[in-house]
Write a protein that binds this ligand. Structure first.
Ligand code: ASP
Length: 416
């Protein structure tokens, strides 16, 4: 038992269960042990460690992504191998994202979670939504595409546009590999040191993970209480079921390319999955994913150093599936019939949006606004799904990182 308590995964799960229990005890719309005023006052304090934890991770993502991609590219043995890997990985990412989106659309239409929402809850939406709306206005797909080129790094940093840093890092890496060693060495050494200190900070942040999960889940449960949770259960189930199917898809790909049995693969990658679950950030997990790919999955380091940093920032099938499910769910809630053409637009927009989603906690839902706008679903709906987003973020990030490791095995098979 003592051993179990020391394990991080156990502490995180315990944090989550205790978070829900305490949250329900305090929530005005559940057991209401304290007055609603007191409950809402203490909720931000309970969430404090969690929010510090998320802020630490967000703070460190840009140096981590930048240095890891530069090091990944410069570690390639030759420009030729680099080109070959790039040409295989891009269509692979697009295909698997499209697969996840299509799956999301199909299962949400079959399960129809929107029909379980009471009209009472829909009426409350516009009241809670002001904050979300402020955050999401002005995001459109063309803007996202233009923002890809980091004309101003300060602007990209301010708007949290990590993809811009990915593009910069790719240019920097490819340029460095084409320079003489004495010219490239200082910058490569700088990248190594940048990566090392970022990893140290992630390591510190991880010590807070169980308390963070407890605090965040508890404060959310206080805010949304029983009613909201129960009517959202079908939606949560739909997303989780979809994520499970994406996981099965990965397991079959892994078996096809490496003959590794599903349980064996899951056993080898469990620490990566747990860290993704606790941090809700594919980027924060990236160093551990690289280590796991090399040491446990025997992926050559020239491949893992290239594929994992890139995959963790652009390959997000879990997020893509979630965004598709959420969009269809909200269409059902608002009784909006989507034509085949609109579903097509939804699929394409979601593929682009998930690629552009930064690999940090909780942004999949912000980018979702773009998708909703593209097919005319009121973005007020985001307020409805915000309450259960933390737990879905943890689960979709777990699937995202599994996809990154799967991609490294695919590359190993095709390139090595
Ligand atoms: N948290 C997710 C990730 O880092 C992104 C999202 O919000 O969907 O993979």
């Amino acid at each position: 038992m003592k051993k179990l308590i020391k394990r991080l995964w156990f502490q995180v799960i315990l944090g989550m269960i205790l978070g829900v229990c305490f949250g329900l005890l305090l929530s005005p719309s559940a057991f209401a042990l304290v007055s609603s005023e007191t409950a809402f006052k203490i909720a931000p304090w309970i969430a404090l460690i969690g929010n510090i934890f998320l802020a630490l991770i967000k703070m460190i993502v840009i140096p981590l992504v930048l240095s890891s991609i530069i090091l990944g590219i410069t570690s390639a043995k030759s420009v030729e191998i680099l080109r070959k890997m790039g040409l295989i990985i891009a269509p692979y990412f697009i295909f698997s994202t499209l697969f996840a989106v299509t799956l999301g659309i199909i299962i949400t239409n079959l399960i129809n979670p929107g029909s379980y929402i009471s009209s009472n809850l829909i009426n409350q939406i516009s009241v809670v939504n002001v904050e979300v709306e402020k955050e999401v206005q002005n995001i459109s797909i063309p803007d996202l595409i233009v923002d890809l080129i980091p004309v101003s790094l300060a602007k990209a940093e301010l708007s949290g546009n990590i993809l811009a840093f990915v593009i910069l890092a790719i240019f920097a890496g490819v340029a460095l590999i084409n320079l003489k060693e004495e010219q490239s060495k200082p910058l490569i050494d700088l990248a190594k040191s940048l990566q090392a200190f970022s990893m140290k900070i992630v390591e510190w942040a991880m010590k807070l993970a169980p308390y963070a999960v407890f605090g965040l889940i508890c404060s959310i449960t206080i805010k949304i209480g029983f009613d909201a949770i129960s009517s959202m259960l079908m939606y949560v189930f739909t997303v989780l079921f979809g994520l499970f199917l994406v996981l099965c898809y990965y397991l079959s790909i892994v078996y096809l390319v490496s003959k590794m049995k599903p349980m064996e693969f899951l056993e080898k990658i469990k620490e990566v999955q747990l860290m993704a679950f606790s941090t809700s950030s594919s980027a924060a997990v990236m160093p551990l994913s690289m280590k796991t790919a090399e040491e446990k999955l025997q992926v050559p380091s020239s491949i893992s150093k290239f594929v994992i940093p890139l995959a963790s920032t652009v390959n997000m099938d879990g997020t893509a599936l979630y965004q598709a499910c959420a969009a269809i769910f909200l269409a059902q809630v608002f009784a909006i019939e989507l034509s085949f053409f609109e579903l097509f637009i939804l699929a394409i927009t979601t593929v682009g949006a998930s690629i552009g989603t930064p690999s940090i906690p909780g942004v999949g839902i912000v980018i979702l606004a773009t998708i909703l706008q593209s097919i005319g679903i009121p973005i007020e709906g985001i307020a409805l799904i915000l309450g259960v987003d933390r737990i879905l973020d943890m689960c979709r990030t777990t699937v995202n990182v599994t996809g990154d490791l799967t991609a490294s095995l695919v590359m190993k098979r095709l390139v090595a």
